[in-house]
Design a protein around this ligand. Structure first.
Ligand SMILES: [Zn+2]
Length: 430
């Protein structure tokens, strides 16, 4: 496979992108009706050629994670012998999903990531290190690896190693690009500092930040993003990926939202009732991935809250962008009758270097308000300062329980992610 970014649709005019997208969506619906037992039934009254506008497409049924998890077999678009890769979604909420990919799906994933890295200014002249596990049925690591190597970048699969080993490979291989989880990179910076490694004057120039938001709703860097930019003296780029859609949206060099790659994905944002909301309005990210063979989906509800932007980007790409992930839909918190994004709380907590680690535990049932407890590893005298800032910024008064890093880590159980929200609420609708 040869990477030809100049053939991507993202630099076409928005009219041309829209025309091609509408054609691709019609073809996609036709394909679903042919190969997917689930959609054959679900779309039996839909005539693909009648889909004359995006508004019309937006009337088609949404697909939820629950139905995909419970009847995954009926979504398969190919016969079993074409599957070459099995992955599992992280299962941060609900039952994990076993997901199947064909060889062509893996190539598509590589192309998607190559476009992402290319957009962020990464080139074959760079040296990259991936600080993410490539095993444990995890799709993201393999996607970054395949994307970087397709782009032609010399890539080291470092994974997560003890700090001395990380230091060794930073010193000997001198990477310019790091792919990693922001809170991990922040912790690593402190460990490197203890070992007299000067992160401000190292070979690193770009951090591709995965899994956690580094921006606030107004697109400014949050405390975590600022801290990474300063401690590594690097440009920071946010990327958001979704296993079920086999897609990632990544920030370009203009750093103002994650670009969609229009030949691979059609992006919508919907409200509580599934109606599409205007650009800039937060809602649930719903997307239709194009060209997927293994498990092709229609209007898939990701459960992630963000917003869409379709004005022209300074980088020259005319494809739409999404903002930072503001919350998981299931993790929205109800306090005194209003909904609060957990990211508002985590952004405030991230502003304090004095907090070594924290997690927010949500409890309660449908009949009551959510009970929220913040467990933080910090000196007891800091609690009043933090409470005060939470009151000022998030307009909430919450108990802060003094804990230590080991206890907080054990509260996360077996999760392979550094979970910051632990949701124990008993609400069947969630
Ligand atoms: Zn751009």
């Amino acid at each position: 496979m040869v990477f030809r970014p100049e053939l991507s649709w993202e630099f076409l005019s928005s009219d041309e992108i829209n025309a091609r997208t509408l054609r691709a969506l019609r073809n996609h619906v036709r394909h679903l009706k042919e190969v997917s037992p689930h959609y054959k039934e679900r779309l039996k009254d839909v005539a693909p050629d009648d889909i004359g506008s995006f508004e019309h497409f937006q009337q088609l049924p949404l697909t939820g994670k629950k139905e995909l998890v419970s009847r995954t077999d009926t979504f398969l678009g190919v016969s079993e012998e074409h599957i070459v890769e099995t992955v599992v979604t992280s299962g941060s909420t609900g039952r994990p999903l076993i997901f199947s990919l064909t060889a062509s799906d893996l190539d598509r994933l590589a192309y998607n990531e190559a476009l992402c890295f290319h957009g962020a200014g990464v080139s074959p002249a760079d040296r990259a290190q991936i600080f993410v596990s490539l095993d444990r049925l995890f799709i993201a690591g393999i996607a970054y690896y395949r994307g970087l190597t397709l782009l032609g970048t010399n890539t080291a699969r470092i994974g997560v190693l003890p700090p001395d080993m990380q230091l060794h490979y930073l010193e000997t291989l001198k990477p310019s690009v790091i792919v990693g989880v922001p809170s991990f990179l922040r912790k690593l910076a402190a460990e490197l500092d203890d070992r007299n490694f000067d992160t401000r004057n190292s070979s690193i120039t770009r951090l591709i930040c995965i899994g956690e938001s580094i921006r606030t709703q107004d697109m400014q860097l949050n405390a975590l993003g600022k801290s990474l930019e300063e401690t590594y003296r690097s440009q920071v780029f946010s990327t958001y990926g979704n296993t079920e859609l086999s897609i990632a949206y990544c920030e370009c060099t203009a750093q103002c939202g994650g670009h969609a790659h229009p030949e691979l994905i059609y992006t919508e944002i919907v409200d509580e009732n599934g109606n599409v909301v205007p650009d800039g309005t937060p809602g649930e990210l719903v997307a239709t991935s194009l060209g997927v063979e293994g498990i092709p989906l229609l209007r898939y509800k990701t459960g992630d809250i963000t917003f869409r932007m379709s004005d022209a980007c300074a980088c020259g790409r005319n494809a739409c962008r999404i903002g930072p992930i503001l919350a998981r839909k299931a993790q929205m918190i109800k306090i005194k009758g209003t909904s609060v994004y957990p990211s508002v709380l985590t952004n405030v907590l991230d502003e304090f270097d004095e907090i070594d680690d924290f997690c927010i535990v949500l409890e309660g049932d449908a009949s009551s308000e959510d009970q929220i407890k913040i467990h933080a590893a910090l000196a007891p005298e800091m609690t009043s300062v933090i409470s005060e800032r939470l009151r000022a910024r998030a307009r909430v008064s919450l108990p802060i329980l003094v804990s230590n890093a080991a206890t907080i880590q054990s509260m996360r159980g077996e999760s392979r992610k550094k979970v910051r929200i632990i949701d124990k609420r008993k609400q069947p609708t969630r």
